[in-house]
Design a protein around this ligand. Structure first.
Ligand code: SAM
Length: 280
């Protein structure tokens, strides 16, 4: 396997720093630096960009982002055991890697790029991946602080993110992601690429913000999609009744046949329904 930099191989880094993977932290490490370089390149030109990486672990993706030319990488890691390994990478790339020991769920995005362009690239811990994505795509201000998200998920979650009307995986996540973002699956990554290998295939999803998402009350959109897809086989007049006893009348008022089901409505129609339920 060709080397992408002159730092030690990741297996050696893991051995030296005793970074045995912890399941509770969603640790499945990528040791193939050519694969991590492919992920970094999926994020496009990074030369003018600060990259936020969540969960650098032993630093395989971090190194690839730096090799790919990221102007600066800010890496947020919850596991203090990884910090000495990351410090070695920072020393190799003076001034280009900042490591923050923190829980990414509580991180304030606003200060990360100091007003400059920001991209987020991560092999996410699966236990908090969906919540992090939701935090990033439901920012109150839009366009958000970030220009793109390039993220590893379990393939089944990746399919739900990019799904639209008519897809089997279409649901709440697809509506929320589709409302605010364009998204595609860039490529799949098999279990064997990880140490330890997870049970399922993963996939890299690339998301960019829509310039002008349809105006909607976010809380109402979240409530309506949760209720509609929570009982996805039911007709909307039944599944949305819990939100308003007048569900049938509200749906008719905006020209949506109350006997339709959640999976038949596209994002624009969900926005219409959410706004109508917010008005009552
Ligand atoms: N980026 C490395 C790679 O690709 O090999 C590691 C990826 S591993 C799937 C997920 C990483 O996220 C682990 O290093 C784990 O410690 C870290 N992590 C887990 N929960 C976190 C959280 N809430 N905030 C920040 N990092 C977290």
């Amino acid at each position: 396997m060709s080397q992408i930099d002159t730092l030690p191989p990741l297996r050696e880094v893991i051995r030296t720093h005793e970074l045995q993977a912890k399941k509770a932290l969603g640790q499945n490490f990528l040791l193939d630096l050519n694969l991590t370089l492919r992920i970094a390149r999926t994020a496009g030109d990074l030369s003018q960009t600060t990259v936020l990486e969540v969960g650098p672990g032993p630093g395989g993706l971090t190194r690839a982002l730096l090799v790919a030319g990221a102007k600066k990488v800010v890496a947020v890691e919850k596991d203090p055991r990884c910090l000495p390994a990351l410090a070695e990478i920072a020393a190799h790339y003076p001034g280009r890697l900042e490591v923050i020991e923190a829980d990414a769920l509580t991180l304030d995005l606003a200060g990360i790029a100091e007003g400059g362009p920001l991209k987020i690239v991560a092999n996410l811990p699966y236990n908090v991946g969906t919540q992090l994505l939701l935090n990033w795509i439901t920012r109150p201000a839009w366009p958000p602080e970030w220009q793109s998200l390039t993220l590893m998920f379990q393939k089944e979650v990746a399919e739900r993110i990019v799904a639209s009307t008519g897809d089997k995986a279409y649901g709440r996540l697809g509506v929320l992601a589709g409302w605010r973002c364009h998204s595609t699956i860039a490529f799949d990554v098999g279990p064997k690429a990880f140490t330890p290998p997870p049970k399922v295939t993963s996939a890299i999803v690339h998301l960019t913000p829509r310039e002008t998402p349809l105006a909607v009350d976010l809380k109402a959109l979240e409530r309506v999609t949760a209720a509609a897809f929570g009982q996805r086989r039911k007709m909307l007049r039944a599944s949305l009744k819990a939100l308003d006893p007048d569900a049938e009348r509200i749906l008719e008022g905006i020209g949506i046949t109350p006997t339709r089901r959640a999976e038949e409505l596209d994002v624009a129609q969900f926005v219409q329904v959410a706004n109508a339920f917010a008005r009552g």
